[in-house]
Structure formats: C-alpha cells, structure tokens
Design a protein around this ligand. Structure first.
Ligand code: NAI
Ligand code: AKG
Length: 453
C-alpha cells in the first residue's frame, strides 16, 4: 500500500481528526499526499508557510436550510452546501450535486479534487463544489423549480462571475441550471451570464458543454492508449452510468470506432453484445427520464441483449478492453478491478469523480493497465465551462467545432503534462502521481505569491 511521506503524515492525521466521519474526503486527501512526498523530497520549500495544510482546509464552507413546498402543499426541508475550497487560481468553480447521499464530506472531497482538476486545465478557475440531499427523482417539474428557487435564494449572495461559478453534476442538468439562473437573475436584477455554466444554448450556454466531460474523457483515454501504440478502433468498452457523462462518452467512443457493450444506472446494468444503441438510451434517459432496464424490454431480450438487476451482479463482470466508470464515487472496487484485469482490460479512464477505490487503482497499476484518474480524465467538463465563461465575458458565441477543438487540445495538454510530470518525478506511466503533482504545483505557486491568506 502506498505510504504518506513522514513529513506529510501529520497533515493527514490532522485532516482526519478535524473532519471526522468524512471518509471520502480523507480518501481524496490521502491520495494527493501520497503523491506529494516526491515533490517535497525535491522541493522542501513547499513545506514552508503551511502551504500543504492550507490546501487541505476549505477557504469557506456554507451550509444552509432549503425549505420548499411539494405538490401536496407540504413543506419539505433539505440541506444545501457550498464548499469554496480554493480561489488561488480564479473564482471558485465546480458543480452542484442533488442526490440523497450528499453530505458535507462528499462535497468536500469533490471540492478538493476540483482544485487540482481545474488547475490542470490551465485555465483561471479555482476549486469548489456544492449541492443538496434533495432527490429530484420522482419529483415534478414544479417541485424541482420550487426547490431550485429556494436553494438559490440563500446561495446567490455567495456567488458571482468573479467569486463563485457553479455548474451541474449528478442530478443537476439543463432544467435545474435554468431554474437556478432564473432565480439568481430575479434576486440580483442582473443578467450576469457568467455566474453559472452549463446554461441552455438560448441564454448564454456554450455549444459542446453538454458533451464535454464524456468527450474529454474519451480524448484523454485515447491519448493514454496511443502511448502504447493503440487506439479505440475495434476495442470493446464498458461505460458505467447512463447520465450526462456516460452518454457522451458512449457517443465519442463509438465515433472513434469502439464498441460499447454495457452501461448502467442505480437499478442495474444492460448489455448489448453487438454494441449499444445510443439513440435508444438517449430516448430512455433524456426524454422519458426512465431506467436502463427499459432498453432490454424495448430492444427485446436475447441475441446478446440482457439486463442484470442491481445486487445480482456488477457491470465490471462484463469483459472489455477499456473501462470508463462514469457513475459515482467508489463504484469500482478492488474485486471488480481484479475481474477486469483477468478479463484483459488494458486501459481505464475515470469519467466520474473518484469512481475507483484505492485498492482498484493499485490492482490496475500493478497489472500494467493504463489508468487515467478522474481529476485529469474528466476535466473536459469544467474546462469547457471555463470556455463558456470566456464566451459570456466577451459577449461571443463559438461554433461547436471551435469549442470541441479547444477541448481536444486541452485534454491532450492535460494528458501530456501528467505523463511528463510522472516521468520527471520518477514514476513513469503513473498518471495519478503526474496529475496530483502537476495540479499541486500550479496551485502552490499563486498561493505562495499571495502570502499567508
Ligand atoms: N457533469 C459533468 O460535467 C461532470 C460530472 N462528473 C462526474 O461524473 C459522474 C456522473 O455525473 P453526471 O453524468 O453529470 O450525472 P447524471 O446525474 O447525469 O448521471 C449520473 C449517473 O450515475 C448513475 N448513478 C448514480 N449513483 C449511482 C449508483 N450508486 N450506482 C449506479 N449508478 C449510479 C445514475 O443512475 C446516472 O445514470 C459523477 O461522479 C460526477 O461528479 C465529473 C466531471 C464533470
Ligand atoms: O463545469 C463545472 O464547473 C463543474 C464540473 C464538475 O462538477 C466536475 O468537474 O466535477
């Protein structure tokens, strides 16, 4: 098991003590500190002025009550969060997650990851994350609207295009961003397009933002495959999830000649051995807001098409050359990784944030599987959000082609900087170490320049 350098171990112990009961946050911090031992060995000056301790402590954490009225006239109460982790690189930037599992530890882990991810994009954005334990599943449009309006009624005072710029994440898509933006505009009496990203195309959104995270992960994973002289063409691929990230991962992998044979949601997974029909998945998920099990019913079971219920198997039992986990954190365990390795997986690109457990990452790396960590591989979404902010600031609108070309360049740059940083710090081929160190150095330099703040 990788160890934290003796000089950094007290920092980790303090994070655990101060943030008791937040295992996902501990996990995210631990992984970064394991990598940073190599940095402080070469550059002990990074230990000065509690720079690393400061990076592990959010600049500001906001927790608030979100009261709203459901369709039956009953008052419901949820809890809202925004963790403004680091503004060293620019305004806080990161999505909002609406899911019943949300708590402060989950938001903190996501905000912490976002610092390094956003730095890797090379664009001027700091790190933050927010959300609520509100579950949009099964709620009417009216209920979602009233919830979003109440959520923004508290949060708006902490936001601004130069302060903090949220976007979507699990459970927050175009519909929710529309309601949030409408309420922000109403409360502030300002048409401040740059305060949220992932907006609709008719009110300041960017072409290619919807596709960006999935496309970006596909570009990143392609770059990893190419270091071994290979590509997506002819590869069998498994993509977990069936939301925003998964959908557009499937689309780009198919365009690159890969065959995606399985995807999932929290009810289970579907397999179509001849390759998933993406139009049908979009119809089920984006239009009907249904479950992936409907795929097997609509396509007809048999001939390599089947559905496996959650709890009766794992999507990672399906043999593939490339795995792209794109649902949620810790969804791919050490046992799943061992199965994938046994079945011949050669590359893993994380579309979700921290979907592989530490044991799974170790299993992949020990088996020589190319492993792209989320903070690098899924950075295309937030990078394109920063491009949306650029378009808003210049009152401009770019074509899909121009935006996607910028995204593709950014993903190749991120890949190359992780790859060369890993080499420079004595860990060739280790994208986890490369991403953590390259991201850290970019954030540490402005922090040092600003003095002790
Ligand atoms: N939307 C974006 O631009 C970005 C999203 N991400 C990450 O990608 C992941 C997916 O996010 P989105 O696609 O935006 O969300 P989404 O809400 O559009 O889709 C989430 C998908 O994951 C599935 N899922 C959630 N919990 C699950 C569980 N416990 N078991 C199995 N499936 C589960 C849902 O059924 C759904 O298909 C998250 O980890 C998110 O933080 C990362 C970078 C950017
Ligand atoms: O586009 C954004 O600002 C945030 C995307 C996001 O939440 C993420 O990168 O995990």
């Amino acid at each position: 098991m990788p160890q934290i350098d003796d000089k950094l171990a007290p920092i980790y112990e303090e994070v655990v003590r101060r943030n008791a009961g937040e295992p996902e946050f501990h996990q995210a911090v631990r992984e970064v500190l394991e990598s940073l031992g190599r940095v402080v060995a070469k550059r002990p000056d990074y230990l000065e002025d509690a720079l690393i301790e400061r990076i592990c402590e959010p600049e500001r954490q906001i927790i608030f009550r979100v009261p709203w009225t459901d369709d039956k006239g009953r008052v419901q109460i949820n809890r809202g969060f925004r963790v403004q982790f680091s503004s060293a690189m620019g305004p806080y930037k990161g999505g909002l997650r609406f899911h019943p599992s949300v708590n402060v530890g989950i938001i903190k882990f996501l905000g912490f990851e976002q610092i390094f991810k956003n730095a890797l994009t090379g664009l001027p954005i700091g790190g933050g994350k927010g959300g609520s334990d509100f579950d949009p599943k099964g709620r009417s449009d009216g209920e979602v609207m009233r919830f979003c309006q109440s959520f923004m009624t508290e949060l708006y005072r902490h936001l601004g295009e130069y302060t903090d710029v949220p976007a979507g994440d699990i459970g927050v898509g175009a519909r929710e961003i529309g309601y949030l933006f409408g309420q922000y505009k109403r409360l502030t009496n300002r048409y401040e397009a740059g305060v949220l990203t992932g907006k609709g195309l008719f009110y300041g959104g960017s072409l290619a933002r919807k596709e960006a995270t999935g496309y970006g992960n596909t570009y990143f994973t392609q770059a990893m495959l190419r270091t071994g002289g290979s590509d997506f063409d002819g590869k069998t691929v498994v993509v977990s999830g069936s939301g925003n990230v998964a959908t557009y991962t499937i689309e780009k992998v198919q365009e690159f000649g890969g065959k995606v044979v399985a995807c999932s949601d929290s009810s289970g997974y579907i397999v179509d051995e001849s390759g998933l029909d993406l139009d049908l998945i979009k119809e089920i998920k984006e239009v009907r807001r249904g479950r992936v099990s409907q795929y097997a019913r609509l396509k007809g079971e048999g001939n390599g098409v089947y559905f496996v219920k959650s709890g009766e198997g794992s999507i990672w039992d399906v043999a593939c050359d490339v795995a792209m986990p794109s649902a949620t954190q810790n969804e791919l365990t050490g046992k799943d990784a061992a199965k994938l390795v046994k079945n011949g997986v050669t590359a893993v690109g994380e579309g979700a944030n921290m979907p592989c457990t530490p044991e799974a990452i170790r299993t992949f790396q020990q088996a020589g599987v190319k492993f792209g960590p989320g903070k690098a591989a899924n950075a295309g979404g937030v990078a394109t959000s920063a491009l949306e902010m650029q378009q808003n600031a210049s009152r401009d609108r770019w074509s899909f082609e121009k935006t996607e070309a910028r995204l593709a360049d950014i993903m190749r740059d991120i890949h190359d900087s992780c790859y060369t940083t890993a080499e420079e710090f004595g860990a060739p081929g280790d994208y986890v170490i490369g991403a953590n160190i390259a991201g850290f150095i970019r954030v540490a330099e402005p922090m040092r320049a600003f003095g002790v703040i």
